[in-house]
Design a protein around this ligand. Structure first.
Ligand SMILES: Nc1ncnc2c1ncn2[C@@H]1O[C@H](COP(=O)(O)OP(=O)(O)OP(=O)(O)O)[C@@H](O)[C@H]1O
Ligand SMILES: [Mg+2]
Length: 260
């Protein structure tokens, strides 16, 4: 690959604005995520993290600005053209979003049946591989109601990786999990990135997870990334909003921070 090709971000948001009614959520947001990196988006509750993530696979469209995936502008793509984008860009929803009436096996098989024409044996093999990758080989006949929160997240992740995406978007992958399960999910995110070379974008409140898995971190506030850098740079940052966020004062405004 030429140097030029390496310079094209896997995901790029350029001056993205998004409002719902009178509420502006994203305001001239700029962001560039490199191919193969794990980028964590931090931000207070309601700061627009999920909205930002949903622009990356066309679930939401900007009011103005552009979203590019591997250099291709997806801002105005038709819904049918977006299907291919979503196939290569899996999203793990906060809830896991499992189908409660389908077994673990059928949940993971679902996108494969939708999008690929595999034989019965190939399908079973792929589902088995994906469940093994998340440590759930022996759970394929269970129903979602029989699973713990951590297991549900892992089945959701097995379903995401079934289509072998180039990019995985994670929305709060550890919320609601105990520390052991959170660490396990963190390790999984990291190992998928290393083994499959996926680009990962992780929206989280969980600073421990963020520092454990991210290559770079961006802090979202007032509709834009107020600061972005490597884990070391963010830890050592003197930026008042970053400092406030890291000490747990997630919703402090810049005015409050500067006057404190
Ligand atoms: N489809 C929608 N319609 C109207 N308002 C929306 C919609 N989606 C998000 N919002 C609003 O946009 C703002 C940002 O929401 P978002 O879900 O991105 O926050 P968040 O940073 O992910 O918060 P949390 O950490 O609580 O998940 C909120 O005020 C929310 O109410
Ligand atoms: Mg959210």
């Amino acid at each position: 690959m030429s140097d030029l090709a390496n310079d094209v971000p896997a995901i790029e948001m350029h001056k993205v604005c998004k409002a719902f009614g009178r509420k502006t959520v994203l305001l001239n947001l700029d962001l560039a995520i490199r191919s193969g990196e794990t980028y964590a988006i931090l931000g207070g509750s309601g700061s627009g993290k999920s909205v930002c993530l949903k622009h990356m696979n066309g679930l939401l469209r900007p009011d103005s600005g552009h979203v590019r995936i591997d250099g291709v502008d997806i801002t105005h793509l038709s819904e049918s053209a977006l299907i291919d984008v979503r196939k290569s860009c899996g999203m793990l929803f906060q809830s896991g979003a499992l189908f409660d009436s389908l077994s673990v096996f059928e949940n993971v098989a679902y996108p494969l049946r939708e999008h690929l024409k595999l034989s019965k044996a190939e399908l079973a093999e792929r589902v088995k591989e994906c469940l093994a990758a998340v440590g759930l080989s022996s759970s394929q006949s269970l129903m979602p109601s029989e699973l713990s929160g951590g297991m549900r997240k892992r089945v959701g992740l097995a379903r995401v990786i079934a289509l072998q995406p180039k990019t995985i978007l994670y929305d709060e992958p550890t919320t609601g999990l105990d520390p052991g399960n959170s660490r396990r999910i963190g390790k999984l995110i990291r190992s998928l990135q290393e083994r499959l070379r996926v680009t990962s974008v992780v929206v989280t409140h969980d600073l421990e997870l963020c520092f454990a898995i991210a290559d770079r971190i961006g802090l979202l506030k007032d509709g834009a990334m107020v600061s972005s850098g490597s884990v070391g740079e963010m830890r050592d940052s003197t930026h008042p909003v970053v400092r406030a966020f890291l000490r747990g004062d997630q919703d402090a405004s810049l005015d409050e921070i500067e006057s404190s």
